[in-house]
Design a protein around this ligand. Structure first.
Ligand SMILES: Cc1cc2nc3c(=O)[nH]c(=O)nc-3n(C[C@H](O)[C@H](O)[C@H](O)COP(=O)(O)OP(=O)(O)OC[C@H]3O[C@@H](n4cnc5c(N)ncnc54)[C@H](O)[C@@H]3O)c2cc1C
Length: 442
């Protein structure tokens, strides 16, 4: 069998090659995307690359619209933008992530042992419905599931097995190569009926028989448990998450005028010129194409990536996911090193992120780090410790955010429909960042 990395591109070049090969078929995506068949040829399988930002939604949507009429590829553009909607939605309601993680910890320690035992069996592919067991094994072996299979399996876990949604979400989070705090947590909440009140997703046998490859249903064991007349939604509490306070805007790049006197400036960034400083660029797994952002003109002393083994272990990341992350980080680091023509250092010392960033800053006599601000999730949780570790030495991090995120995320305050209408208008009007032109097919 091909390794997960071969099936799911882990470098920017491989992701671009996958996208270019898929583009001619993009207009058939809307009609075929729900089919679950071997090899998943009808979908891009680029989610892990998008998650690590080896490629950005913006450049994918941009090249899609350069090569097709908007109406012909609207469905694919819409799915690509769904990801940004979920990112913004969670960024505006960070306590949804915190509450979910607390629930996972609580369940692991306090849940009825019989529930935990059943959960283990279902996760191991021993739940008793042959097709669902197959999906569990596919997830463990490859780190990927088709969107429809994710919906069916999550629905089966919640509404058929009646297991706690948070434990199922954690299982996905540990194994998916594309594991994303927003898409995963909110995808599970949506299936449970927490995300859109009164709208749980039920895994119905008729739907599987319509969209799933017949050979995957050849073993009918347990299918009767999914009969349309049998499956019923589990009631959910109304947890109505509140919106966080005002949106905290961040610049695309740390303009020198933002720096306090005495901290030095960033040569070449934002036309601030004049003052100089010693800044490093921290590259992490949420944005591995920084050289294709407004930071492209930055002159860092060093580019650093940190593999935080303790964080990875704390979240129980599965081996294929760890391997994917390492390959993607190495690819991002190599490209950044070439682009910024400075040393590119990979740190895997067993230190935490905060410790590694503080130590390298001291060793290289940096004023601090410039970085894309991590979004809500495990990396975002590390921000206070990073800032505190640097502040102890009088250093700091200058956080940046891509203009695309700054424009789209705050719009996720309500439902997807309104969000999509705004994105649709912007996209069909062709508003794109010209710096993202590598995928131009014009
Ligand atoms: C329970 C559940 C959990 C999920 N967990 C994740 C996750 O952790 N990470 C993740 O990236 N996606 C998640 N998704 C969304 C979706 O299933 C995957 O993005 C998609 O299956 C990835 O395959 P693809 O790249 O071939 O998608 P394609 O169909 O080719 O879509 C193209 C891109 O659009 C985006 N996209 C497509 N569908 C969705 C969607 N429903 N929501 C958000 N973005 C979407 C992805 O970036 C994807 O790469 C989850 C969905 C469900 C129902």
């Amino acid at each position: 069998m091909n390794s997960p990395e071969a099936l799911y591109p882990a470098t920017r070049d491989a992701a671009l090659a996958r996208w270019r090969a898929f583009l001619p078929r993009a207009s058939r995506y809307g009609a075929l995307r729900n089919r679950v068949v071997s090899g998943h040829p009808d979908v891009t399988r680029l989610s892990a690359a998008v998650r690590a930002r080896l490629v950005t939604t913006e450049e994918l949507v941009g090249s899609l619209l350069e090569t097709h009429r908007f109406e012909a590829v609207e469905k694919l553009a819409q799915e690509l933008v769904w990801r940004d909607y979920w990112k913004g939605w969670l960024e505006l309601r960070p306590e949804v992530w915190t509450a979910y993680r607390a629930e996972v910890d609580h369940l692991r320690q306090r849940a009825d042992p019989a529930v935990l035992e059943r959960a283990e069996a279902v996760m191991a592919g021993r739940g008793g419905i042959a097709v669902m067991d197959r999906f569990a094994r596919e997830l463990i072996e490859t780190g990927y599931l088709h969107n429809h299979a994710r919906m069916w399996w999550a629905g089966y876990w919640i509404h058929v097995e009646r297991l706690p949604w948070a434990l199922g979400a954690d299982f996905f989070y540990r194994h998916l190569l594309d594991a994303d705090p927003a898409s995963n947590t909110l995808g599970w909440r949506w299936v449970a009926g927490l995300q859109t009140r009164g709208k749980a997703y039920l895994p119905r046998r008729s739907n599987l028989e319509k969209h799933c490859a017949p050979e995957w249903l050849a073993d009918p064991t347990g299918l009767e448990r999914l009969d349309d007349s049998v499956v019923a939604a589990v009631p959910v509490p109304d947890d109505g998450p509140a919106l966080r306070g005002p949106w905290e805007s961040l610049p695309e790049h740390p303009d020198a005028s933002r720096l306090e006197p005495g901290l030095g400036g960033l040569g070449g960034v934002g036309g601030g010129g004049g003052r100089s400083g010693r800044w490093g660029l921290w590259l992490h797994g949420e944005d591995l194409s920084v050289e294709r952002s407004a930071l492209a003109g930055f002159h860092p002393e060093v580019v650093l990536s940190v593999f935080d083994a303790r964080r990875v272990a704390a979240f129980g990341m599965a081996a294929p996911r760890v391997a994917y992350l390492k390959t993607a980080l190495a690819d991002g680091l190599a490209r950044a090193g070439r682009h910024f023509t400075c040393p590119a250092e990979a740190c895997e010392t067993g230190e935490t992120l905060a410790e590694a960033l503080a130590r390298v800053a001291r060793e290289r006599r940096l004023d601090g780090w410039v970085a894309m601000r991590p979004s809500v999730g495990p990396l975002g949780e590390a921000i206070p410790a990073i800032e505190a570790a640097l502040a102890r030495d009088g250093r700091r991090v200058l956080w940046c955010r891509r203009r695309w995120d700054e424009q789209t995320w705050p719009q996720a305050s309500a439902g997807f429909f309104g969000f999509w209408e705004k994105a649709r208008r912007r996209l069909s009007a062709g508003a794109r960042d010209p710096r993202q032109s590598e995928l131009s097919f014009g």
